[in-house]
Design a protein around this ligand. Structure first.
Ligand code: NAP
Ligand code: F7E
Length: 368
């Protein structure tokens, strides 16, 4: 049985990856942070009590900012594969916590690599580093491939730039099997609530159920290459199953604006919206409603604001969500991962939106 260690197991990707590896027969160890409230919701269904014999899902307390702890966990687990997913992953928040982000996301990666080296595990342990399309930032080429130069635009992306290069350096210097997956945005019903897609699907569910009046958004003209997290964790695993350690772009090859994502998500519940106005004065209003679709989806119970009606204003722009420096356009070129890894994503954007909206409508209906 192969043994995997996942840092960031309580996050979106950590949860899907743990499920995937367990389904492949791995013993899965995960690093979770101590917090005053329980933070393991995404993996609670995988939990096995300490009394269970031959447990295949084991959690360890840890933090990417603590070298001794990271080294001790790796020494204890003796993993065949490490998936380094732990990070302060929110781009906007990284402007407010730049030093912590550099420590956890940048130096944290060094801590993992150096622990493997110092523990004499370079022959045994393969390492996956969660690199990101944010490295391309102010894009130097369209679409972005493994060869496109980087131009990071946030403290998060700069920290991840260090992590990217220290992974390459340890591969070249010490012959470590260490790879970067340069993953473009990937989403799911498990996505953190403040990332744009989840904020939209949660917001639409609340507005449609009369629990809120409208969404407040930042730069809705930004474009992203969005895929489904379930497809992307499969790529992480494939990257570590190759004969050679290499870096790969994982993307769909299609880009969509935040504006179009919002319109598509409203359409999912039968509501067509129209954008009016410009810049920070732009709003969206309800233009038409497919009654049977809306009611079939939402049911007949509504919160204090009642049901949606034609002409309702359902979105405003709020400057607080703008970033000091923005990444306007991302679109990946997945040719290498499709040909070399034979990676084939199963979801398209419509399927992703449908799953996320359904899940959030169900979530908020249960709170009515
Ligand atoms: P996520 O949902 O924000 O999860 C991040 C995980 O890291 C959580 O388990 C979090 O723990 C943990 N973590 C944060 N700081 C830590 C620290 N100091 N020590 C230990 N653990 C820490 O992120 P995700 O979407 O799953 O992304 C996984 C990784 O891929 C991240 O490194 C992210 O930067 C990168 N990435 C994501 C995308 C994307 O579109 N999702 C694309 C490219 C790259 P808590 O649960 O306790 O907060
Ligand atoms: O923003 C715009 C925002 O926060 C996407 C992380 O997983 O993917 C993620 O980073 C776009 C940006 O993701 C709001 O300005 C508009 O242009 O969902 P996001 P991100 O910044 O692309 C990469 C690949 C990672 O590696 C990161 O870890 O949407 N936007 N209005 C908004 N964004 C947010 N969050 N909230 C808004 O109200």
């Amino acid at each position: 049985m192969k043994v995997a260690l996942i840092t960031g197991i309580t996050g979106q990707d950590g949860a899907y990856l743990a499920e995937l590896l367990l389904s492949k027969g791995y013993v899965v160890h995960g690093v979770k942070r101590r917090s005053s409230l329980i933070n393991t919701d995404r993996v609670d269904h995988l939990y096995e009590d300490v009394s269970v014999e031959n447990r295949r899902f084991i959690m360890h307390y840890g933090d990417m900012t603590d070298s001794l702890n990271i080294t001790a966990i790796i020494q204890k687990v003796q993993p065949d594969e490490i998936y380094n997913l732990a990070a302060m992953s929110h781009v906007k928040v990284s402007f407010e916590e730049p030093e912590y982000t550099a420590n956890a996301d940048g130096i944290g990666t060094l801590r993992v690599l150096e622990a493997v080296r110092l523990l004499g595990l370079t022959e045994k342990t393969k390492i996956y580093q969660a690199s990101t399309s944010e490295l391309y930032g102010l894009v130097q080429e369209v679409p972005q491939s493994e060869k496109t130069p980087f131009y990071p635009r946030s403290p998060y992306a700069v920290a991840k730039l260090y992590a990217y290069w220290i992974t390459v350096n340890y591969r070249e210097a010490y012959n470590l099997f260490a790879c970067n997956g340069i993953l473009f945005n990937h989403e799911s019903p498990l996505r953190g609530e403040t990332f744009v897609t989840r904020k939209i699907t949660r917001g639409i569910a609340q507005v449609a159920l009369g629990m809120d009046k409208q969404l407040f958004m930042g730069n809705i003209d930004a474009k992203r290459d969005w895929g489904h997290a379930k497809d992307y964790v499969e790529a992480m695993w494939l990257i570590l199953q190759q004969n050679n350690a290499e870096d790969y772009v994982i993307a769909t090859g299609e880009t969509t604006s935040v504006r179009d994502f919002i319109a598509m998500a409203f359409l999912e519940i039968g509501v067509t919206i129209k954008f009016n106005g410009t810049d920070i004065n732009e709003v969206a209003i309800v233009e038409s409603i497919d009654e049977s679709k809306y009611l079939e989806y939402i049911g007949s119970e509504f919160g204090e604001h009642g049901r949606l009606e034609l002409g309702d204003q359902v979105l405003s722009i709020d400057e607080r969500y703008f970033r000091p420096t923005e990444v306007e356009l991302l679109i990946g070129d997945p040719t290498k991962s499709k040909t070399k890894l034979n990676w084939q994503p199963k979801y398209d954007l419509k399927g992703l939106i449908e799953e996320m909206v359904k899940s959030d409508v169900q979530l908020f209906r249960s709170k009515l």
